[in-house]
Design a protein around this ligand. Structure first.
Ligand code: C5P
Ligand code: MG
Length: 224
């Protein structure tokens, strides 16, 4: 990724009437990635995981952000928003350029699930304003107990440097302090669909599909 310029733009890069952005939030281990994979199949979304994009940038040879990202991930803290927003915007640009088949991607339209983002209020406001306003936030909720046991299970095979008890505890603190306010903000403007992600994968998937169907039904109504 090229160095980030200070682009003080106020018009979003993408038109929310054409490009649908759904933020997918929930604590670490809530099931965001698992459920996104289903929604990609059901609704022709492109799935962009902020964490995955950061890990790829961290491992990219010559990246000036590699060390910064590695430290943040290990400590469970949040990478400065400029880095994450630029990675997301670039990935969106690339997906739109591909001109995918199907009505969801015709005539400059597109659908994105932005997973694990925004983790902090500044990211939320900046992305909505300068990249694309989100249409919906899907919030997968479950207890820390459930999340901890899922992450410990995943840690046996994930190879992730942050799937260990010390990092997980720090990630929970960051989630409570920084990400919860983001969910509260979008709740206050009626943009959140909260889904209990404690039950089995199929049950959660059905509930998430209902929320997305409602979103597209509302959008279709608005544009007709
Ligand atoms: O979402 P995921 O669990 O893959 O994120 C891993 C780590 O990446 C987070 O704990 C955090 O350090 C970093 N991250 C971030 N900003 C985001 C998403 C992830 O700093 N929006
Ligand atoms: Mg994930």
């Amino acid at each position: 990724m090229a160095p980030i310029e200070n682009t003080a733009s106020t018009t979003p890069a993408f038109d929310e009437n054409k490009v649908t952005v759904v933020y997918v939030l929930g604590g670490p281990g809530a099931g965001k990635g698992t459920q996104c994979a289903f929604l990609v199949e059901d609704f022709q979304f492109v799935h962009l995981s902020a964490g995955d994009l950061l890990r790829a940038e961290q491992n990219r040879e010559g990246s000036q952000y590699g060390e910064l990202i590695r430290n943040c991930i290990r400590e469970g803290t949040i990478v400065p928003m400029e880095v994450t927003i630029k990675l997301l915007e670039n990935a969106m640009q690339d997906a739109l350029k591909e001109q995918r088949a199907g009505n969801a991607w015709a005539n400059g339209k597109g659908r994105f699930l932005i997973d694990g983002f925004p983790r902090k209020m500044d990211q939320a406001l900046k992305f909505d304003e300068s990249v694309c306003a989100a249409s919906l936030v899907i919030f997968f909720s479950c207890t820390q107990e459930v999340m901890l046991s899922r992450l410990m299970e995943r840690g046996k095979t994930s190879g992730r440097e942050d799937d260990n008890v010390e990092s997980i505890k720090k990630r929970f603190v960051t989630y409570e302090d920084q990400t919860k306010p983001v969910i509260e903000y979008y709740t206050s403007i009626n943009k959140v669909a909260e889904i209990d992600s404690t039950p089995d994968i199929d049950t959660v998937h059905r509930a998430a599909s209902v929320a997305i169907n409602e979103l597209f039904a509302k959008k279709a109504e608005k544009s007709s």
